[in-house]
Structure formats: C-alpha cells, structure tokens
Design a protein around this ligand. Structure first.
Ligand code: 3EB
Length: 339
C-alpha cells in the first residue's frame, strides 16, 4: 500500500498532506491517523480521527491528512478522541469552558485538557508528547495577568506538571496556541504523541519561550520551537508556531510584510539548528514542507497570500487561516512540518 521503505517494527512513520478528497474516502484508509477540517463549512463526521477546527480558512480549504506506517486503531473517552498505530498517537480534546467545574474560565479548561491528555498518553503507552495545537476563543481578551492567553499558560503548565518531570524544559513539545475565530468558547487541544522520545529544538534568534521574562505573564509558555522526530523514524520536523519574535520581543508591529520576512528569518535560523542535528533535512522549504499560515486581520489574508506566492511560488504547500495570534502586536504566525 505504501511506497515507503519498510521500517523496523514500531518505528514511527508520518506523512502530512493537504488534499481535497472526500472525507469518507479518507477515513476508509486504515493508515489514516488523523484528518483535520477547517472552519464551520467543513463537514461533520463522528470518526474519532476527524477534528473540525474553529478557524476560518481563506477560500475553500483542503483537509489536512496524517498517514502512518501501520494499521490505526481509534476510540473515544468522553471528550477525548484518540487514534494510534503502535508507534504514534493522535489525540484531541474539546472542552466547553462554561462546563469545566462550573468556573467557566480558560485556566481551568486548559488544566483539565492537559490533565486528561497526560493521563491518556500514559495509559495508552505513548508518553512522549511531540507536538500540541491549542485553539481558544478571544485569546488576547482580558488585561495584564488576567489576559486569557496568560491564564491558558498557567492552566496548561499546571495540567502537564501533574505528571512528575513532564514540564522539564528539555522535554517540552513543539506547539501552537492560536485564537479561534468562530466565537465558540470551547478549548480545542490536539496532539501527536509517540512511544519513543523526539528531540526538542530551540531557535538561536529567539529566547526560549519557557524562559520568557515576567513581563509576558506569570507562567512562561510551555513549548519548544521545534521537535525532531524519534531516531530511526520516517517523519518530518515538527515546527512550532513561529512569528516575528526576536529575542523575546515582537518586531515590526505595524507591518505584516516585515513580520512575514522576520518569521521566515526565524525559520531559516531554526532549520540551521535542526540541520546541525539532522543533516539530511532540506535547507529550504519545498514540496516536503506543509505550512499553516495564521493571519489576525481578515483584510490582511490576501496580502499574506501574495507574500507567500512571491516567496515560494507553488513549491510549498500551505493553508491560510484567519486566526488571532497570542500577542496583540503579532499580525501573523506560521507553523507546519518540514521534511
Ligand atoms: C511566540 O513565539 C509566539 O503558547 O504554545 C507560538 C507557539 C506562540 C506556541 C504556545 C505560543 C505558543 O511566543 C506565540
């Protein structure tokens, strides 16, 4: 079924693609680990491997499909959906903020989501969290330390640290935290976990997020800038949400064009760091790269689409999404995979 070389038993394999095939046909494939649909116009489906995300795409979005090397089993535990192939696990949890212990706040929802995530990856035997995505409403709502993103960071860190050692800085997953644009106060967290550990990477141009100074909130964000897959796997590099942050400061708050260039300079630097460990990775983005490009102001989506066209032509598959970024002065952010 697959043209890829056979890997030793239990070695992870993951391929990410953007496709316009019908959803049922995608889910008929037993090697499909996850399918992501974007925005309220994406279809609904009960398969635990399918997640519809609360972010509006520019135009008619494809599905994002994750395929693995083995047969996938899947199921649900309450609000949590999972799928796994013996080497990798996809999981997703959606929590209505109002329903979490009656408090209705994002900190409690994040705590609860991460507590359940940790319990689930451990119980199923995939204890190494490689990558997380976090989509929450009104991400920059509230002021100072009451800002929702800051409360989210507090809840996330509390949830992860219920398990001994998991928050150690050398073990944090690559991540994205983005504001959903459909108005629903429902926290969506989805992830990729593995039986074997990956290698987290930092970016020499950026202060590690887990060392951000106090001015950004009481709890520095718990993520690494990228994750190299477990040794011996056939998987891309997992790129965290990356924006125009140099050191720890936002650059070019007034210009989405300059933020775009700064973001790509950050990726250049991150890819150099990744290639120092894994020299086989391509130095430039190309066909094996898949990017999700998040833009805060709907009016700037077309501008960013044009910047991507100019920079990459049709060489780099990408998906544009309308989504709020977790700092008010960040106009855009990009995450993705590269291999
Ligand atoms: C930054 O560089 C931008 O809190 O999980 C990017 C990726 C960002 C992940 C997270 C936040 C997160 O600080 C914000």
């Amino acid at each position: 079924m697959s043209a890829h070389p056979r890997l030793a038993d239990g070695q992870p394999r993951l391929e990410v693609t953007y496709v316009r095939t019908g959803l049922s046909r995608l889910l008929d494939d037993p090697t499909v680990l996850a399918v992501l649909g974007f925005g309220p116009d994406a279809p609904a489906h009960g398969d635990p491997r399918y997640l519809r995300l609360g972010l509006h795409p520019l135009g008619d979005a494809p599905f994002e499909v994750w395929r693995t090397g083995g047969r996938v089993q899947h199921g649900r535990e309450g609000a949590l959906a999972w799928a796994a192939d013996g080497a990798l696990m996809f999981g997703a949890i959606e929590l209505d903020e109002a329903l979490v212990d009656g408090s209705g706040d994002i900190e409690s929802a994040a705590f609860e989501a991460y507590r359940r995530l940790e319990a689930s990856i451990r119980a199923r035997g995939y204890p190494h969290l490689l990558r997380t995505w976090n989509y929450l409403a009104d991400i920059t709502g509230g002021d100072g330390d009451e800002e929702r993103y800051r409360r989210f960071c507090v809840g996330r860190a509390r949830g992860i640290s219920t398990v001994e050692g998991a928050l150690r800085t050398g073990k944090l997953p690559a991540a994205t935290a983005i504001g959903r644009t459909d108005g629903a106060h429902r926290l969506q967290v989805y992830w990729l976990a593995a039986r074997l550990p990956g290698t987290p990477l930092e970016n020499p141009r950026q202060v590690s997020a887990y060392r951000y100074p106090r001015q950004y909130g009481p709890q520095p964000p718990s993520f690494a800038r990228a994750m190299l897959p477990p040794a011996g796997s056939d998987m891309p590099l997992l790129l965290s949400g990356t924006a125009a942050v140099v050191g720890h400061e936002t650059r070019h708050p007034g210009s989405v064009r300059d933020q775009f260039d700064e973001t790509l300079a950050n990726f250049d630097s991150l890819l150099s760091a990744a290639r120092a460990v894994s020299p086989g990775l391509p130095a430039d983005f190309g066909r094996g790269t898949h990017l999700k490009v998040y833009v805060r102001d709907a009016e700037e989506l077309e501008t960013v689409a044009g910047l991507l066209d100019t920079r990459f032509g049709d060489r780099v598959p990408r998906l544009l999404l309308h989504a709020a970024i977790c700092r008010r002065d960040l106009r855009m952010e990009i995450d993705g995979v590269h291999g």
